[in-house]
Design a binder for this molecule. Structure first.
Ligand SMILES: O=c1ccn([C@H]2C[C@H](O)[C@@H](COP(=O)(O)OP(=O)(O)OP(=O)(O)O)O2)c(=O)[nH]1
Ligand SMILES: [Mg+2]
Length: 156
């Protein structure tokens, strides 16, 4: 169902005890940019997210993101549109050297309580290339036409 090519990195996953029986994170359509992440809350113990509240929701997996890449944890637009559920820190950053469980920081910006059941697809992760820049402190910048103009300087 997915598009793999020679340059597709391999993503190694470790299933944790709370991830037993959960579907693997998966791309839900052929060209999906993100793999959906499922809630690893306990069976029969759904998590209720009240309006205005946030919760760190476990996914049940450790992701070994390949070096040179990051995982971007993003909201699902359907949950955002229908229920006001978003990722508070969007896009969340999963570093390639992180070896803990990936979690999704959900926030309820809607008007109603939202119930998160085990296995519910609560967010998505995009694997994207990253560059670490060399840092060099300098005393003068090069000149540009824009200069320090920003925040609407070219008009709205
Ligand atoms: O949505 C997220 C964001 C982060 N993380 C994990 C993976 C990431 O590598 C680590 C640290 O994230 P970040 O750098 O954004 O948080 P921090 O507040 O800077 O924490 P730290 O001091 O641990 O870097 O937390 C997640 O599981 N989900
Ligand atoms: Mg950090």
């Amino acid at each position: 169902m997915t598009i793999h090519h020679d340059l597709s990195p391999t993503l190694n996953l470790i299933r944790l005890a709370n991830g037993e029986g959960l579907d693997l994170p998966a791309y839900e359509s052929k060209g999906a940019a993100g793999m959906d992440l499922r809630a690893a809350v306990a069976d029969g113990e759904p998590l209720t997210l009240l309006p205005g509240k946030r919760a760190l929701v476990p996914t049940g997996f450790i992701f070994e993101i390949p070096e040179g890449f990051e995982g971007q944890v993003r909201p699902r637009s359907g949950l955002a549109f229908k229920h006001g559920i978003t990722c508070l820190n969007s896009p969340g950053t999963v570093d390639s050297d992180y070896r803990g469980e990936v979690k999704v920081l959900l926030a309820n910006l809607g008007d109603d309580a939202f119930v998160i059941e085990r296995g519910m697809r609560i967010g998505q992760m995009v694997i994207a290339p990253v560059t670490q820049a060399r840092i060099a402190e300098i005393t003068e910048t090069s000149e540009t036409a824009r200069g320090a103009g920003g925040f609407g300087s070219t008009g709205v």
